[in-house]
Ligand binder design. Structure first.
Ligand code: PEP
Ligand code: MN
Length: 342
């Protein structure tokens, strides 16, 4: 059961509501997400007569048989959440571009990339310093050195940073440098990491696990929200299927489905979705057309020499082509690509 509280509910009224729920034999928990405050009960609430509750002050609505995720659900939070990265919104009416290399490799590489992307109007720079590689023999990232390089590049070109934290230990360090902390596909159900990220006052980019259902993704988001951090951005990055034509299969349906289920912004990562740079542009066009709030795309000055994910990284020329292909679609949809001028 979910009890949605009125905006002007008093602390005393909340206490009375919780006591009443407890006296009916259920556990209750107050949850806050932005402007919305709800009281949830333990999952297996038996069907019961809620008349004693309905008589109380401060209650806007009571829902039975509510979805297992609560704060992430659009049912109790109909308006879209706009996540702010230090003045840069994600989830408003505009389409956001996040771009940069898979991994920060060197000062030269990240400076060149940031300079190029900033010259195009891109405001959010991605780049991994701690890399979740499938093989322990693959490049693992530059760690703290990478974070420092990222932060120098972002400061020089007035950009915001998205970078990945792999565990609760590196989270603190990443949190010092990042404007938005990425939790990757492989860590989508690392619940201690999710809880720790929920305790930070920093936006989180949560990528869908490659075998995760949308409900599992939303429950993972719920871990972050229920710890008090309401700034979560979801990212569809392709799922595993039977077909090996591409690294993953982009679940384009995830965008309208998530838009229906949740108020959180939804991005698409067309690089990891296919593993093939030739498919980034068509899938980015689809992302814009289907109503995603933006894309996160890998870009490298010399993709063929990249230390990770080169085959799915756009060159600077490729990125220019991407912009040219997105502009007419944005025009047709009467939307703006944030920072990008005609
Ligand atoms: C990445 O963004 O570089 C990454 C490792 O993504 P994912 O977690 O989606 O594989
Ligand atoms: Mn990558």
């Amino acid at each position: 059961m979910i009890v949605v509280l009125k905006k002007d509910v008093s602390e005393n009224e909340i206490l009375t509501i919780q006591n009443t729920i407890n006296s009916l034999g259920m556990e209750s928990r107050l949850m806050i997400s932005g402007e919305t405050r709800v009281i949830g009960t333990n999952e297996e609430t038996p069907v019961f007569d809620d008349a004693p509750l309905r008589r109380l002050e401060g209650i806007q609505d009571i829902y039975h048989g509510a979805k297992p995720y609560k704060l992430a659900s659009r049912d109790f939070h109909p308006e879209n959440t706009v996540v702010m990265l230090d003045g840069h919104p994600i989830g408003d009416q505009n389409f956001t571009l996040i771009a940069g290399p898979c991994s920060v490799e060197s000062e030269d590489q990240i400076m060149k990339t940031a300079e190029f992307l900033a010259s195009k109007g891109v405001k959010i720079l991605r780049g991994g310093a701690y890399k979740p590689r499938s093989s322990p023999y693959s490049f693992q990232g530059l760690g703290k050195t990478g974070l420092k390089l990222l932060s120098v590049a972002a400061a020089r070109f007035d950009m915001k940073i998205v970078t990945e934290a792999m565990d609760p230990v590196s989270l603190q360090e990443v949190g010092e440098f990042a404007d938005m902390i990425q939790i990757g596909s492989r860590n989508m159900q690392n619940f201690s990491l999710l809880k720790a990220a929920g305790k930070l006052n920093k936006p989180v980019l949560l990528k869908r696990g490659f075998s995760a259902t949308l409900e599992e993704l939303l429950l993972s988001a719920e871990y972050i929200l229920s710890e008090g951090n309401g700034n979560v951005v979801l990212c569809e990055r392709g799922v595993r299927t039977f077909d090996n034509q591409s690294r993953n299969m982009l679940d384009i349906n995830a965008v309208p489905a998530l838009k229906e289920l949740t108020h959180l912004p939804v991005l698409i990562d067309p690089s990891h979705a296919t593993g093939n740079r030739d498919r980034i542009i068509p899938l980015s066009r689809a992302a814009l057309a289907v109503g995603a709030d933006g894309i996160m795309v890998e870009v490298h000055p010399q993709p063929d020499k990249a230390l990770s994910d080169g085959p799915q990284s756009l060159s600077f020329d490729g990125f220019n082509q991407l912009l040219e292909q997105l502009k007419p679609i944005a025009r047709a949809l009467n939307t703006q690509i944030r920072g990008i001028h005609e």
